[in-house]
Design a protein around this ligand. Structure first.
Ligand SMILES: NC(=O)c1ccc[n+]([C@@H]2O[C@H](COP(=O)([O-])OP(=O)(O)OC[C@H]3O[C@@H](n4cnc5c(N)ncnc54)[C@H](OP(=O)(O)O)[C@@H]3O)[C@@H](O)[C@H]2O)c1
Length: 370
């Protein structure tokens, strides 16, 4: 492994950026050298919070990309900028951390894949839950045959995404957020794929999607405020708050995945994994590896039970990515892999219009299918 220090530019100095900065600051092989954003005060605030001195601030992304010593760019802007920001970083020859959702259309994903492949740079997408301790434990147990062959996974993103979130004013709009599955539910789609594949370094490849959307929040000018446990006036969500999607994979397994922005309760991320020799429900295991088992075995670990970014395992994600760069390895969570997750969210939108299942790859992505 090379022992050189990699310089990092963090672009988009908001909520999640603070956690990216912390993780790169703590990694022994990286140094944050610059922060860019719309406002220089936001860059300064993030640097002060992290105790970083002597770093550069930019409001011009092109100039930031040209800053000397930048090897990695962390794209932390709102989702409608991710495609353009990623393509510019790839063209500048930088390795890229891409926040989810990676893009707002299949066409954007195609352009990103072309740019990243041409530049031969490394990418990791922030499906950060892959580094959550429960996720790591469940994936390791699946790989170790504790459940036999996986035939069904079920995951749900249940979260009252609303105006408490700094990114909500953009993300609530149909033109910028696109759908609940894209904005938040993509985490559950990714988890369903991850657990539906036994190979420890791969996620299942979706081949068909069907779904319904509904709920009650679209257009409503009142929202639940979980922190105050009350209801308040707020600008409306411009798309359905509830989506339920069925996915079939190339390995024969299936998933049911929901996103629910209308739930009146604290954040939850339930997980169910069913195999031919065992089952997992959150941190409870039933397995042929425990002969004579009479009750669920509970794993005392950290669950994906908080929506706070400070609870998310960004350190694990960034350590993994730095390791991939230094050892010239591709991440299991790279752009090409994340395209499969996002394709399900876009396919679901086509189902709601036609009432018919959608085959994958989407026509726009046929040439990129792996
Ligand atoms: N992986 C995860 O678990 C996770 C968790 C949270 C968020 N996210 C994702 O991360 C992304 C950012 O979310 P967030 O919660 O950090 O949102 P946020 O707090 O609103 O931060 C976004 C930042 O981007 C900056 N920005 C906006 N437009 C820009 C532009 N045109 N050029 C440059 N900078 C611009 C804003 O900068 P100024 O302050 O300078 O105006 C803002 O500070 C979203 O895609 C979100 O879905 C992922």
């Amino acid at each position: 492994m090379s022992d050189r220090t990699l310089g990092v530019l963090v672009h988009g100095a908001g909520w999640v950026a603070g956690e990216h900065i912390k993780a790169f600051k703590n990694n022994p092989h990286t140094r944050v050298v610059a922060i860019s954003s719309r406002k220089v005060e936001s860059c300064r605030r993030r640097a002060e919070e992290a105790g970083l001195e002597g770093i550069a601030f930019y409001t011009d992304y092109e100039k930031a990309l040209a800053h000397e010593g930048v090897d990695i760019v962390s794209v932390c802007t709102p989702q409608q900028h991710h495609a353009e920001n990623t393509i510019a970083a790839a063209e500048a020859g930088k390795h890229i951390v891409i926040e989810k959702p990676i893009a707002n259309s299949p066409e954007e994903m195609r352009a990103m894949l072309a740019a990243v492949n041409k530049a031969r740079v490394k990418t990791v997408v922030s499906f950060v839950l892959r580094w959550n301790p429960l996720f790591e434990t469940v994936k390791a147990m699946i790989a170790d045959d504790a459940l036999g062959d996986i035939y069904f996974t079920e995951t749900d993103y249940q979260h009252d995404i609303s105006s408490w979130w700094t990114g909500y004013e953009d993300a609530r709009k149909k033109s910028l957020g696109v759908s609940a599955m894209l904005v938040g539910g993509c985490h559950a789609l990714d988890a369903a794929r991850w657990f539906a594949e036994k190979d420890p370094g791969k996620a299942a490849i979706p081949v068909e999607v069907f779904g319904y959307s509904g709920g009650y929040r679209k257009g409503l000018e009142i929202e639940y405020n979980y922190f105050a446990n009350t209801w308040q006036q707020a600008p409306p969500l411009e798309y359905d708050d509830l989506e339920v999607v069925l996915v079939r994979y190339s390995n024969g397994a299936m998933s049911k995945v929901s996103v629910n922005f209308g739930c009146v309760m604290p954040y939850t991320f339930p997980i169910e994994v069913f195999g031919t020799r065992g089952s997992i429900r959150d941190n409870r295991v039933w397995s042929h590896k425990f002969p004579g088992q009479k009750n669920w075995v509970t794993i005392p670990t950290i669950l994906p039970d908080s929506a706070d970014v400070s609870h998310h395992p960004f350190q694990g994600q960034m350590n993994h990515f730095v390791d991939c760069i230094l050892n010239d390895r591709e991440s299991h969570c790279n752009l090409a892999d994340a395209v499969h997750t996002h394709a399900v969210a876009f396919a679901a939108l086509r189902c709601y219009e036609t009432g018919r299942p959608v085959r994958l790859p989407l026509p726009e992505l046929v040439e990129w299918n792996e």
